[in-house]
Ligand binder design. Structure first.
Ligand code: SF4
Length: 387
């Protein structure tokens, strides 16, 4: 464990220790900073650096914003200055589209931002499909903490069906097959080189009965973490069949039965809470808590994280569809935008609950809206005690 001191012009950042990421140490989980400060703070900034992608996944959460040619990005110096101003920053994430699509983005934005994070002692994640040539990922790896990939496939045909369904021109399965092989090969090389690769699968109508097989392939590629989220209907996914809460519960239990218990499994945006009145939810939450190397991450959106669109400077607090941009980095500091959201927005207040006994700090807004439209979470309490 190394203590990081960083001096910048007139100030020293409040950075603590940089310790290995593990099931015991996930700085993306907002409950860590909530416990430490007694309130939610902005500790995580996500930056959207691409609106282009070689894929068009049927579940893509930003599918409708993908374009063919993108405008210029805002100056790197401005973004670094804005990060500098975030007092309690602990993590950054870089996302797209496919962030590595243009080599110029890799060289002029991604690597400088990752270097900044390293120097400041904060953790970094890049969301990529890793289907492109290995050289660009190799350039990035030395500066990165977590390479986050999507993996919802059992074979190349799955990849073809899931990944290109919204393309506006036909892409042959021989082309997508090559990308599939390259993705698996790139992932193997990155994990062999020691980079933490976290593969995310979603539980949806296609995957819910074959998560065990998907998990096996993720294990085979050497991924150190498997991240699992239920799929909720936003953007491209809004027209897909929806699974019931019972389906989600069942497929998580099945996956836990067959998984590699040595691998870190991270579940997120789950629709199960300690305040549920359903004993099956309690049983599952207890199982998740007690299983070795399994964690349940609280939802960061609007709790400890903001998203900055690097093309126009707009700032988003959550991908909940009802909330458009909540400010601009041209006009305000990120801490101020975040505090304004927390203290003034009724939706932020509606899910701002915290039950330490269930290690829970409230539901995701989209989940609350979809599955619990009439529940007032601010008037509920956990019915279980974990640990
Ligand atoms: S923090 Fe909120 S969602 Fe979680 S158990 Fe408590 S009342 Fe329920």
């Amino acid at each position: 464990m190394n203590t990081v001191h960083h001096h910048d012009r007139n100030k020293e950042w409040a950075v603590g220790t940089v310790s290995k990421l593990s099931p015991m140490n996930d700085p993306w989980d907002p409950i860590g900073s909530l416990k430490r400060y007694g309130e939610h703070r902005l500790t995580s900034v996500e930056m959207t650096v691409a609106q282009v992608c070689n894929m068009r996944c049927e579940h893509c959460a930003v599918g409708h914003t993908l374009i063919m040619r993108e405008p210029n990005m805002l100056p790197l110096d401005l973004m670094l200055k804005k990060l500098d101003q975030v007092r309690d920053l602990e993590t950054i994430s870089i996302t797209g589209g496919e962030p590595t699509f243009h080599m110029s983005t890799v060289k002029d934005y991604i690597i400088p931002i990752l270097k900044y994070a390293r120097e400041r002692g904060i953790r970094s994640q890049l969301n990529s499909n890793v289907t492109l040539d290995y050289a660009r990922y190799e350039m990035i790896a030395p500066y990165l903490d977590v390479m986050h990939i999507s993996f919802n496939y059992t074979n190349a045909m799955d990849f073809h069906e899931v990944g290109f369904v919204h393309s506006n021109h036909q892409i042959s399965s021989s082309v997508t097959g090559k990308w599939f092989d390259q993705m698996m090969e790139n992932t193997r090389k990155l994990t062999e080189g020691g980079l933490l690769v976290s593969a995310e699968s979603m539980i949806n109508y296609r995957t819910h009965h074959k998560l065990g097989e998907i998990h096996r392939l993720i294990d085979e590629m050497g991924c150190q973490r498997h991240e699992v989220h239920p799929m909720y209907p936003s953007s491209f996914a809004s027209s897909l069949p929806v699974l019931s809460i019972d389906n989600f519960r069942q497929s998580i239990n099945q996956l836990l039965d067959v998984r590699n218990k040595e691998m870190w499994m991270l579940f997120g945006t789950l629709p199960f809470y300690g305040c549920s009145t359903n004993p099956e939810d309690h049983t599952l939450l207890k199982r998740l808590y007690e299983e070795p190397n399994v964690t349940v991450r609280n939802d960061p959106d609007g709790r400890n994280r903001l998203n900055v669109n690097m093309f126009n400077g707009e700032v988003y607090v959550t991908d909940f569809a009802d909330i458009p941009s909540f400010g601009s980095i041209y006009e305000e500091e990120l801490d101020d935008i975040f505090n304004r959201w927390l203290s003034t927005h009724p939706l932020a207040q509606s899910v701002n609950c915290h039950c330490p006994s269930a290690a829970c700090c409230g539901p995701n807004l989209l989940v609350a809206n979809m599955y619990y439209p009439n529940v007032d979470f601010m008037n509920r309490q956990s019915n279980i005690t974990l640990g």
